[in-house]
Design a protein around this ligand. Structure first.
Ligand SMILES: C[S@@+](CC[C@H](N)C(=O)[O-])C[C@H]1O[C@@H](n2cnc3c(N)ncnc32)[C@H](O)[C@@H]1O
Length: 322
């Protein structure tokens, strides 16, 4: 039987066959950004408690909702450096107080099952996003649900971030309203969730690049797991190197990148085609939208989830940067 007991980080280090389970709560909307940053920092993936089928992801509650409960499993000797990094990030993200950490020591053998228990399927944009260890026959699926299986890994894009969820919904609408949409690019595809979704909705040529080392393998595996591997091409790289144009483009990137590469992004979208930019924060809204509009996009819709913004555009025809 797994053993569990509370401990403090100042106590002597536990033996190596145990792992530290760290529980904490973060303001809603920050869970995937934090998890991605921690994985980049070498701490592995922090998981968010999600619910299905009536999960928050389907109804998108925004401000005023309770903080998100997260869990991170670490080697005991990583706990002190995690504490330090967590405090730094809380300041950078402007959370005010650093959230409390509850640390448990557990037998290592229990960690994999704890991770699996924590990762729950969720519904978004007509998809039910799940992983290979979920038994779909046990879920109360609706006849309209389209299961999308994510291959687990450390790349960004589990659907836990507001901008990914908004993007999934926008993509569903684009594919419904534009049945002739034949090519799609996800700039910085992370886990491959958006490109795979596009291919599953019938887009024949899906592309995505990402400089994050694990991303391409994970994204291609996700496409294959959903039987759309032939339609998808995901590679390791950066958007600046791609010279192709696409019927529709999504770029769920930080504000600085959206501004810096606004012209390159505009050059990727065929005249009149839709473009989605997500993942920028309220304080960067004006500068981000301004740079994209100057580069040849016309703003058509805006989305706000907590402090996160996303926007849809159309590529203006006859722009000099085309
Ligand atoms: C917020 S994640 C988005 C993942 C996924 N598309 C989604 O919407 O959930 C942004 C991704 O952009 C990638 N990225 C950063 N700079 C990039 C660049 N110059 N070109 C392409 N991708 C880039 C990052 O590595 C990261 O995986």
């Amino acid at each position: 039987m797994p053993q569990s007991k509370s401990t403090r980080a100042s106590e002597p280090q536990p033996p190596s066959e145990t792992l530290a389970h760290i529980h904490f709560a973060v303001p809603q909307g920050w869970e995937e950004t934090l998890s991605w940053q921690l994985s980049q920092d070498g701490f592995g993936i922090a998981l968010t408690e999600q619910t299905f089928p009536a999960g928050y992801l389907d109804d998108e509650p925004v401000d005023g909702v309770k903080p998100m409960q997260m869990i991170l499993v670490l080697q005991p000797e990583q706990v002190d450096s995690f504490r330090k990094r967590f405090s730094e990030l809380a300041k950078v993200y402007g959370w005010g107080a650093v959230p409390d950490l509850t640390i448990e020591e557990r037998d290592a053998i229990d960690s994999e099952s704890a991770w699996r228990q924590q990762w729950k399927p969720f519904r978004c944009g007509g998809f039910v996003v799940h992983t290979n260890f979920h038994d779909l026959s046990e879920l109360p699926l609706r006849s309209t649900d389209q299961p999308l299986q994510l291959v687990a890994g450390s790349a960004f894009g589990t659907g836990g971030h507001p901008s990914t969820r908004i993007a999934l919904r926008v993509l569903r609408r684009w594919c419904t309203e534009r049945p002739s949409l034949a090519s799609f690019l996800d700039v910085g595809m992370g886990s491959g969730i958006l490109g795979t979704a596009a291919a599953m909705m019938g887009v024949q040529k899906v592309a995505g690049m990402d400089p994050d080392p694990p991303s391409a393998d994970q994204a291609n595996a996700t496409a294959r797991a959903n039987q759309v591997g032939d339609a998808c091409h995901f590679w390791r790289g950066v958007l600046e190197e791609d010279q192709n144009q696409y019927d529709a483009v999504m770029a769920n990137l930080q504000s600085g990148l959206l501004q810096r590469y606004a012209l390159e992004l505009a050059a990727k979208v065929k005249a009149g085609g839709p473009f989605f930019a997500g993942g920028f924060m309220d304080r960067n809204r004006e500068a981000t939208l301004g740079a994209l509009c100057d580069a040849g996009f016309k703003l058509t819709r805006e989305y706000k989830r907590g402090r996160w913004y996303a926007a849809e555009f159309l590529r203006i025809t006859g722009n000099s940067s085309q």
